[in-house]
Design a binder for this molecule. Sequence first.
Ligand code: GDP
Length: 444
Amino acid sequence: MAFESLSDRLQATMKKIRGRGKVSEADVKQMTREIRLALLEADVNFKVVKSFVKRVQDRAVGQEVLKSLTPGQQVIKVVQEELTELMGGEQTKLNLALKPPTVLLFVGLQGAGKTTSAAKLANYIRKAHNKKPLMIAADIYRPAAIKQLQTLGGQLNIPVFSLGDQVNPVEIVRQGMEQAKSEHHDLVLIDTAGRLHIDEGLMDELEQIKAVSNPDEVFLVVDAMTGQDAVNVATAFNERLDLTGVIMTKLDGDTRGGAALSIRSVTGTPIKFVGMGEKMDALEPFHPDRMASRILGMGDVLSLIEKAQANIDEEKARDMQQKLLSVSFTLDDFLDQIGQIRNMGPLEDLLAMMPGANKFKGMKNMQIDEKKIGQTEAIIRSMTAQEKTEPDMINASRKKRIALGSGTSVADVNRLLKQFKDMKKMMKQFMGKTKGKKRNPFNL
Ligand code: GDP
């Protein structure tokens, strides 16, 4: 999980100070020393660390904390606010052109995720702002880049403008822009070539592409795993191209956090979107405050709710509720529910958004076993329609057949059936207790 070690260390530090009724200057010194080490270990740029620690220290021993009734909590608030500030403060919105088309230019090193992010963002903006996108394939150097963009375009049903790999990229972009205008596309996304290192020829070419396309956003795509090296790359690109935003990819991996925490502070360029996976919907707007809360283990309930809203069909949810109440909930419904939750992404990531999520870690029976869920799905899928609605009919030979069909054992099938039975029993009790009476069903 991203930022795991940083998050663990900061949370351990915060825990020591949380409940304090009195915070001395020595306490603050000790805390900031620990924060400093945690940030350096996460590969955050040392200048950024230095000024961050100083700001926290100044504020934490200042009047606002000393005078408060809960100084321990107040110190944590200071750290949270400063972390948010470090990552850019307010969320920075996408810059859409007043006069269409909106043009987005993607630049960055090879393998950073430009092609993938261009397609993801085309898809995202089309949905969020109801736009008609055109993607321009101007990376003629990486052999598979054009094909890759065309494949993604095909999947998403978004057209791709290409002149192959024998035409100069500046000319490709010029003609692509003309096509966008003549076909009334109001969103243009330009995928450019990367190199392994910063290179003069590449910068010249990008400057020319920028001049012919006049972009509303120049996005630097950065791999979060590169740590604070990303800062050097960002500085070099920024000097030549005046970046307007950063898209940070691979935040679903186990990045230590260096790039995400350093880039804004050093280059002044805000992170606008983050890539959370290889799938086309794995792109999210970046919210510095939510990320800071997540790192400090305060959870990110807002993102969780947004994810649920985007992935759970409201009508289906209502329907499900009805079924639960009437106790006509079948194994098919159960399967459906698992599917909807899985659409929201890996369970581990969802858990990470819950306040105090780090407390779950290490608790054996709370561990989320993705394989088990896959097994549950396989078992239910191996049942006949009748078996799903009347699980009582599943006798020994049926159990054997289901186990064989789902690649599990009879014991696994038994466990699932028992779980389902228990769940229904609980619902029945719940219904019985609430019927007619206004009683708290859980006797709380
Ligand atoms: P480009 O050379 O900059 O165009 O990079 P690509 O778009 O081809 O991406 C390089 C690799 O990174 C591909 O295998 C992508 O699937 C992968 N990738 C891009 N963004 C993400 C992300 O947010 N998460 C993960 N896990 N992989 C990503």
